[in-house]
Design a protein around this ligand. Structure first.
Ligand code: ADP
Length: 754
């Protein structure tokens, strides 16, 4: 459905009609322009040429007659009958004969030198005095041509003429045979010949189309032409041009206000005879000359208009024919647009393109219907999917809400639990900022938990404490479980134990760590009291115990005399326990010394190998008791190590005694020395019971013993390795071990070389 308004556009019919009419108009106008420019020009040129030619013909004819007259007069003057004439009749008959050959000779006469006419045609004017006539006067001087003039003496003597008599004269002096003057021979040419000439020259069509011949004398008087102009003076461009000797045709406006095309030329161009200079103008009104081309223009305009109208009609019919199928198609589409979905697109067959268009449109509409159907189905499917998804999302949201509420309550519970615990529990992120703090934090840091959240460890702990904690924090952030003790800074002299437990994400990356801080001040105090008590007791016990032990040894050895076997057995058990007790007390006293900082270390450079040999030798007897073989071989040069001899022997003896104790009969216990770049490594290796994996991290702790019947049998205090570690660390070394349960152990320590 068209749900928008189309802007109004011109219809196809209008467009076609307008364009065809415009084309015709343009063609007609172009034709008119061409006709105006070329046909009119051509017609003008043609007319000018014709008029010019007529003017030439007239000029030539006039010149010819004048020359004839001159020739005739000259010939007469040469005739002996004329030269030496005595009888006027004889001359008269010659003249009459000549006149007969050319009737335009109105009068031919011979005048005596005194001016009396001696002989003339038809004896006219014979005896009359013509001495004052210009032809006579000028003829005396030589060949003379007299210009157009009215008849004076002859007017009444000559027969009646429709036009008044006008003449042109030619005269010549006549000399007798002896050379004396006989008189003047003159010819009066009737102007009628010129008039006839003009009439004959103009074909009937010429006169019909207004062509006129005008002859103008040198004084601008029209001597031949339309009646209205005759013997009147005129001025015109053509006259001027002809005077300058030019010949041609021009377009000019005459005194009557009309525009004429005028051909012009001039007579009297002969060199032998100074003839009369007449301007010969042949004119035709411009309108008439160009009438044919104007008619052509009119005809073209008419034809163009008719053609235009015809084509416009055809265009309108054609446009309607073209538009009809399109209208039919658009009407069908519009109906469809208005909701008539059943409306089929008609197949129109009026012309090929419309046929193709209708077929394609029909196809498109069918396709569109199918698409719409498919879309509708898809939409329905989509709607149900959306509804389903919405339901799912709602359910998820509810679940999430529940989970959130649960989490919140869990968090609250967790907070409540942690708040009630007697230790500070915090969570610190990778940026070392507090993210969780329990209520107990206030008692340690003096800051409310919510004031700690978001703050860094450094901000809360202070610079000094942070400097101590920093390496532990970094270790925890690298994934290590950390435990360390620290005394409060400044006035706070309480003791704290810090435990850092790294928190890792699913990928195993450390996100932060949990920090638990316990106030161990009280525990420390009790421990100190206990230690003091133990050391006091130990000190008090050592002296009597040593004497008891000595006494027992002497008795068992039989120094005090023979004892009953039963008593010896009991005394041996007592001696063994006393031994153990002495060892225990020595160890406790050592520990006490270490912890109170009273153990002295006399660090000196000592050759290592002899010291090891001595210690191994000292343990031989103990090894023998267990049926264990001791081995120590070292081929390299001796090594000097900075150490306290007694303490070193104490450590090595302890490691050897452990190795021996936990070996099986017949096994080896080896001592190895490795000379490393900066340190010397001493290893005591056995092949005995080994240490179970779960005990590895506790082995250096105080009173720690593997919980097995075997260990119990071996005796011992569980303090030896702890003392070893402390001693080695005091000598700036490190201690460690490798052990696989059932396969034996290697305990080693490294001390820096000199
Ligand atoms: P003691 O030997 O006095 O019990 P120690 O601190 O020297 O105390 O040793 C602690 C415990 O470590 C022993 O009780 C024993 O369980 C275990 N242990 C030490 N050395 C070895 C060893 N070489 N082989 C097996 N277990 C050993």
């Amino acid at each position: 459905m068209l749900n928008f308004k189309l802007p109004s556009r011109p219809r196809l019919t209008t467009l076609l009609t307008v364009s065809i009419c415009s084309t015709v108009a343009v063609i007609v106008l172009s034709l008119l322009f061409l006709v105006d420019h070329f046909a009119v020009d051509y017609a003008k040129k043609e007319a000018k040429q014709r008029l010019q030619q007529l003017s030439w013909q007239m000029r030539d004819s006039l010149d010819l007659v004048m020359q004839k007259a001159v020739g005739d007069v000259s010939l007469l003057a040469q005739l002996s009958q004329v030269k030496d004439a005595k009888d006027p009749k004889e001359v008269g008959s010659i003249l009459d004969n000549l006149q007969k050959t050319f009737p335009s000779y109105a009068w031919i006469g011979l005048a005596n030198p005194d001016g009396k006419v001696f002989a003339a045609t038809h004896a006219v004017l014979e005896g009359q005095d013509v001495s004052q006539r210009p032809w006579f006067k000028s003829g005396k001087l030589g060949l003379y041509a007299g210009d157009y003039h009215p008849a004076l003496l002859l007017e009444k003597k000559l027969p009646y003429n429709a036009d008044p008599w006008r003449f042109v004269d030619v005269s010549i002096p006549v000399l007798r045979s002896d050379g004396s003057s006989r008189g003047i021979m003159g010819v009066h040419l009737s102007w009628n010949w010129a008039r006839d000439l003009a009439k004959n020259l103009l074909a009937p069509t010429d006169s019909q189309y207004g062509v006129e011949i005008i002859v103008v004398r040198e004084d601008n008087t029209v001597i031949l032409g339309p009646k209205a102009l005759e013997e009147k003076k005129i001025t015109s461009q053509s006259v001027e041009l002809s005077r300058s000797g030019k010949t041609g045709a021009t377009e000019e406006t005459w005194a009557d206000g009309n525009s004429y095309l005028t051909g012009y030329s001039q007579t009297g161009r002969s060199k032998e005879f100074p003839g009369l200079k007449w301007s010969i103008l042949v004119r035709q009104p411009k309108e008439v000359a160009l009438q044919a081309s104007r008619q052509l223009r009119h005809d073209i305009l008419l034809l163009g208009s008719v053609l235009g109208l015809l084509l416009a009609g055809i265009a309108a019919i054609l446009a309607r024919r073209l538009a009809a199928p399109l209208n039919e198609l658009s009407a069908a589409i519009e109906k469809r647009g208005k909701g008539a979905s059943g409306q089929a697109i008609p197949v129109v067959t009026s012309f090929h393109e419309a046929h193709v268009l209708s077929v394609i449109l029909g196809e498109m509409v069918r396709n569109e219907e199918q698409h719409v159907l498919a879309l509708r189905k898809m939409n329905e499917g989509l709607e149900s999917t959306v509804a389903e998804r919405t339901r799912e999302i709602e359910n998820k949201a509810q679940e999430l809400e529940k989970a959130l509420a649960q989490q919140q309550s869990t968090q609250l519970r967790l907070q409540a639990i942690t708040d009630n615990l007697p230790s500070v529990i915090t969570y610190i992120d990778a940026g070392q900022r507090y993210r969780f703090v329990n209520a107990h934090a206030t008692s340690v840091f003096g800051v409310m938990p919510d004031q700690m959240i978001g703050k860094t460890l450094e901000e809360i702990s202070g610079e000094q404490a942070y400097a101590v904690m920093k390496p532990h924090i970094q270790a925890a952030l690298q994934g290590e479980n950390i435990s360390f003790e620290m005394t409060g800074i400044g006035d706070n002299q309480r003791n704290y134990q810090y435990n850092y437990i790294p928190a890792k994400d699913a990928a195993g990356q450390v996100e932060g760590f949990y920090a638990m801080t316990f106030d161990i001040t009280d525990r420390k105090r009790v421990e100190a009291m206990k230690n003091e008590f133990v050391s006091t007791v130990s000190h008090e016990l050592r002296t009597p115990l040593t004497s008891i032990n000595g006494a027992l040894k002497l008795i068992v050895a039989g120094v005090t005399g023979e004892i009953a076997p039963k008593a010896k057995e009991l005394l041996t058990v007592a001696l063994r326990n006393a031994d153990r007790l002495v060892r225990l007390i020595n160890d406790i006293l050592d520990i006490e010394k270490i912890e109170s900082g009273n153990m002295e270390f006399d660090l000196k450079s000592n050759p290592l190998v002899p010291l090891i040999k001595e210690t191994v030798a000292a343990s031989e007897a103990f090894a023998e008791q267990y049926g264990v073989v001791m081995k120590f071989e070292y081929a390299g040069e001796d090594l000097n190590v900075k150490l306290d001899r007694d303490r070193f022997v104490q450590v090595l003896t302890n490691l050897l005694s452990n190795a021996i104790k936990f070996s099986n009969t017949g096994e080896f216990v080896e001592v190895l020395v490795e000379n490393k770049e900066k340190t010397v490594k001493v290893t005591v290796a056995d092949h005995g019971s080994g240490i179970p994996e779960d005990f590895h991290d506790k082995i250096f702790q105080k009173f720690s013993q593997v919980d097995s019947s075997n260990t119990k049998k071996k005796g011992g205090t569980g303090l030896g390795l702890n003392i070893c570690k402390t001693i080695i660390e005091h000598m700036h070394g490190t201690i460690g071990f490798h052990s696989v349960a059932g396969k034996g152990s290697q305990f080693f320590f490294e001390l820096p070389k000199e």
